[in-house]
Write a protein that binds this ligand. Structure first.
Ligand code: C2E
Ligand code: MG
Ligand code: MG
Ligand code: MG
Length: 279
């Protein structure tokens, strides 16, 4: 009896695993053609200065509208793209699209803003990223200081020396570097002095329960203090309430991003955010 149950359980688990594998295969096959089928799109989430609520720029966030699967969130398809080795090509598309949009906004007369692009650990570990970034900037005649590249702590897990060199080369191009999801990875304060980071982005996990949760309030104040001591800017992600805005501004956080101030928007709606420039 026990043996039967055991076998049934094994076979049920396998069916689930098979489905998951099948999903990933289907998704992978669709993903291979996503660029060619024009299914990728960038949305832009506004970022605001906390002190005066002025628009400072946007974070480009990848969207996949698959003709077969519908909208698939990046948290689902990016790991698959990485596993299949599609990320260099998709990442290059993202860089190109973001720089093209930056140029379009410049051509419309907008000034003094940045566009942030996410770069995964795997993209950073591979050769060629620096050349890709440099080429995209040149192709669209974009001032490097207007481009911000967001990396995560997981990028530092392997080949630290190579990552260090890549980041130094990116900085030499004149772009900005932000450390995304700060506090959730294998955070080590040692990284902060080893890498040329301009901005820390406090992960939304620490923002969510503000201002009520006193532990999170302490953590956030401490991150802000450390960042400022090291001459880095600090931004908060996932700001969802007016009370969070007030807390973060009072705590000295430099920039705010989140649904309360504005979600990731399609290009046209994002562009409207320039109009009054205030949150
Ligand atoms: P991330 O870079 O930390 O981006 C922030 C995520 O939080 C975005 O999710 C954004 O839509 C969401 N968000 C913004 N404000 C709020 C809020 O107030 N509340 C909540 N609950 N969420 C908020 P999204 O767009 O689904 O992206 C998820 C992750 O996928 C990103 O996290 C990033 O790690 C990755 N990603 C997105 N686009 C790209 C890309 O072009 N390249 C790479 N390599 N990764 C990307
Ligand atoms: Mg990001
Ligand atoms: Mg983040
Ligand atoms: Mg995140």
């Amino acid at each position: 009896q026990a043996k039967r149950e055991g076998r049934d359980r094994v076979s049920m688990f396998s069916v689930e695993q098979m489905r998951d594998l099948e999903d990933r295969l289907v998704m992978g096959n669709q993903l291979r053609n996503a660029i060619r089928h024009d299914e990728l799109e960038l949305h832009y989430q506004p970022q605001y200065r906390a002190a005066d609520r002025r628009l400072t720029g946007f974070e480009a966030l990848l969207r996949w509208n698959s003709r077969q699967l519908g909208r698939v969130p990046p948290a689902r398809f990016i790991p698959i793209a990485e596993a299949l080795g599609l990320m260099p090509e998709i990442g290059e598309w993202v860089l190109d699209a973001a720089c093209r949009q930056l140029r379009a906004w410049l051509d419309r007369g907008h000034r003094g803003f940045t566009v942030a692009v996410n770069v995964s650990a795997q993209q950073l570990q591979r050769h060629g990223l620096v050349a890709q970034v440099g080429a995209a900037l040149q192709r669209h005649d974009v001032p490097p200081a207007m481009l911000d590249i967001e990396i995560t702590e997981s990028s530092f897990m392997e080949n630290v020396w190579r990552v260090q060199r890549t980041l130094a080369e990116l900085k030499a191009l004149g772009i900005r570097l932000s450390l995304d999801d700060f506090g959730t990875g294998y955070s080590s304060l040692a990284y902060l002095k080893q890498f040329p980071i301009d901005k820390l982005k406090i992960d939304q996990a620490f923002v969510r329960a503000l201002p009520v949760n006193t532990a999170d309030a302490s953590i956030v104040r401490t991150i802000i203090a450390v960042a400022h001591e090291l001459h880095m800017h600090v931004a908060a992600e996932g700001v969802e309430t007016a009370a969070q805005v007030d807390f973060l501004a009072a705590a000295g956080c430099d920039e705010l991003q989140g649904n309360h101030l504005g979600p990731a928007l399609p290009v046209l709606q994002a562009g409207e955010r320039f109009d009054d420039g205030h949150a």
